[in-house]
Each structure stands twice: as C-alpha cells, then as structure tokens.
Design a protein around this ligand. Sequence first.
Ligand code: SF4
Ligand code: SF4
Length: 462
Amino acid sequence: MIRESHSIVPPDPQLDKVQRLGLFALGIGLAMLFGSLFKFFSPQLTESLFWVMLLLVMAGGLVYGLRTHLKRPAGIQNNNITRSSISARGALGWTVGIIITTFYVVYYWWPEHIEGMVRFFDPLSQLIRSKPADQWFTYGAFYTIGVLVMGTKAIVKYRHSRYQIIRTCSIILSQLFLAFLIPYWMEAFNKPYFAPNYFWPLEYKVMMPDKFENLKEAGTVGQFIFGWAVVMILLVTPILTYFYGKRWYCSWVCGCGGLANTAGDSWRQLSDKSLKAWNFERISIYTVLVFVIVMTVAVWVTTAFHLIPETSAQLRKVYGFLVGSVMAGVVGTGFYPILGTRTWCRFGCPMAAVLGIIQRFKSRFRITTNGAQCISCGNCSKYCEMGIDVRWYAQRGQDIARASCVGCGMCSAVCPRGVLNLENGPVDQREEYTFDLLEDFKSRHKEKGVQAASAGKPKAKG
Ligand code: SF4
Ligand code: SF4
C-alpha cells in the first residue's frame, strides 16, 4: 500500500456540523461588519443590526473554537500547524496579514474611510460611555472582543494547565476592565481617561506636561491618576518584577501580550529563533527605551524653560508615529501571521525593556531545566513566542533567565518530558549562561578579519 504522507500526524479532520455552523455565523457577522464600512444599512436598522452582528461574531467564534478543542482530549495538540496555510505563512496567512495591516494603516492615518464602521459601533459606545463612537473606541471594542472570544478558546485549548487557565483569565479580565471599561466609564463621568494597566514608558502620554496640566485641573481624581502612574513605575514594577519576573505584566496584565496570547496564539511559533534576531532585538528594544527617555526629558525641559518647544514637539510626533503607530500597531499586530505574535514586545516595547533589565539582573524568576530528561525534540524552542532557543539551555541543564522571556509558560506546557519549570528562587542561585554582546561582536570581527586575510594570501603552488 502506498502512503500519501510519512507524517505520523493525522491529516486535517473534516469539520463537523457544529464547527461549520460556528464558521457560518462568524462569516455572516463579519460580512455585516464589512457591509457597515460602505454604509449599507439604514440608520433605523443600524442599532439592531449591530447587536445581531456582535452576537453572530462572538457566538460563531466561540462555537467554532470551543468545538474544535473540546472534541479533542485535553493537552496541547498543534497538529498540522506547520502545514496549514494560515499558520505557516501560506496564502491564507499572508491574506490575513495584509488585511490586518491595511486595517491598521487606514485606522491610524485615514480614519475617514472607516467612518461607516465607527458609526456602526455607536450603540455600544452609547451604552458604555453615553456618547457616539470614535475610531479609538471602535478599535478598543474590536480588540476586547478578540481577546474575549479567542481567550475563551485558549482556556479550552490549554485546559490541562492550571497556569494557562489562570493566566488567560487574568489577561481577559485585565483587557475588559482595566483597558476598556474603566477608561470609558471614567469618560462617561467626565473624568480624565485612565487605563490603570498602562503607564510610562509604554503609555508615555501619561507623563507628558499637557496631560499633567489636565490631571491637575481634574482635582483629586487627577492627582490619583498621576500618583498611580508614578507608584506603578517606580515602586510596583521593580518589586513585582523582582519577585515574579516580567511575566506579572507581559503575560498577566498587558493588553499587547493579551492579544498575542489569545487572538495570535496560532502564530506564536513563527518567531525568529536565530542569533541574528537576538542581537537585533537587544539593539532595537534598548534604542526605543533610550528614545522614550530622551523624548520625555526633552519635552519637560523645553516646556519648563520655554526653549525650542517645536523641536521637542517634533520629537514627540516622530516617537508617536514610529514607535506608537508603526512598530506597535502596523508591524506589531499586522504582521502576526508573518513574523509571529510578539514582534512589538520583543523588538520595540520600552516597558518590556525596563522589565527585562530587572528580570535579567535582579529577579528571583527563572525557568529551571532538568537537562538529563531532555530528548531534544525542540518543541520548547518552536513554541517560544519570544524567539528564545529554550532547547539550547535545556540540553545543558542551565536555568533560563533571559531578559526577553515573558514567562508565558508555553515552553513548559509543550515539553513532553516535564523538563522545564517556571520557578522563583534566590537571585544568586541561578545557573546561567552569560553572553557578552560586545565580546561576541569583537570575536566575530576578529574571525572575519582572519578569514579576509587568509583569503587574500596567494595560494601555495604545487
Ligand atoms: S522561554 Fe518559555 S516562558 Fe519564556 S517566553 Fe519563551 S515560551 Fe514563554
Ligand atoms: S520540549 Fe522538553 S524535551 Fe523537547 S527539547 Fe525542549 S526541554 Fe527538551
């Protein structure tokens, strides 16, 4: 008998009736959403159609996602993930990437083209904050719906892991309340916008002089918001990172990580694991951190001393455009199906940079490895969304205390041998591999020099 494939993984199973029903409902809901772009619906119908759309998208997504994972036994099965067009940079993956990227570009720079969709979200905006929707509200609603639906799917997919269940519940609740409802409820009560889970340097606007003036005018609430931002970055962040590593923020609280670990879960394996990417990561993320520090100081100094305000305003604009819109939005999220899901967290987020420095040098967190049990299957490296070659450490029995590790726990969850454990312990008892970037650069440079010199030598004859 001739076998079609040598793979031990069964081929894609046929969708059953329930899955098809879920996909059908989701498709109709998305078609309605698309229709709203072109203002297809009369104003009288808009409100009821919006609720129908919301129901179809959420119910359809949930029915499909839950059915897909519940009909399999508990435990991670990423069958066909490297063969499926959507998760392996195939035509479908590229199509989804182009659609999301286009959405981000239009949404940031040509919002007038999505006015119909923004108006479609008026009923939800009226319900939450008693005023019509705008582009930011619509985006926040999309984001939150994505995290809710795909987060529920992730809970079912990873139901065998208590850590993943609790962590996913935390990111869903954080997105729903801290990043979406609380800020808009504040607005409904004529208070300043306040998202408790975002603070400087990620949410740099909170620390800008104009925001400071607004908060001063808002009285006690304003003082509380400013105090919260200061306490969170100067006190809470170092303390929690010392005890738990950057995971308390990147994998439990932050909305960027929340979207990556829910809606982006199917693309986490696409992260680049090469040494080149690691070197680039260290240069780019700390460049952004320096950029945000310089920009913040410049804006404050120029405002306080009335010096060259245009230059600092320009600097702020450039930062907002390059980092806030291009890196975090267009590339960070739009390129999920191409570059993997944590591109922004890994290469650009200044908050991740601060947390990473503390985690690397002063944190009790580490991933311990029982090297003797490792069979070098590579699952851990493959599913690390931060591009860490986890297997390299596991094979040597070394602890992993990398600045970029977000403590998502997936390497541990996919390991068939139980080699990896997320643990806390004394800082000076980590078994570590140290890597000196400068030394590495020097030795490579030297190697290249030697190669070039020997290439230029005349060849011996005879
Ligand atoms: S090393 Fe493990 S816990 Fe850390 S980011 Fe990678 S998969 Fe997540
Ligand atoms: S998943 Fe586990 S067994 Fe496989 S390479 Fe990683 S540590 Fe080793």
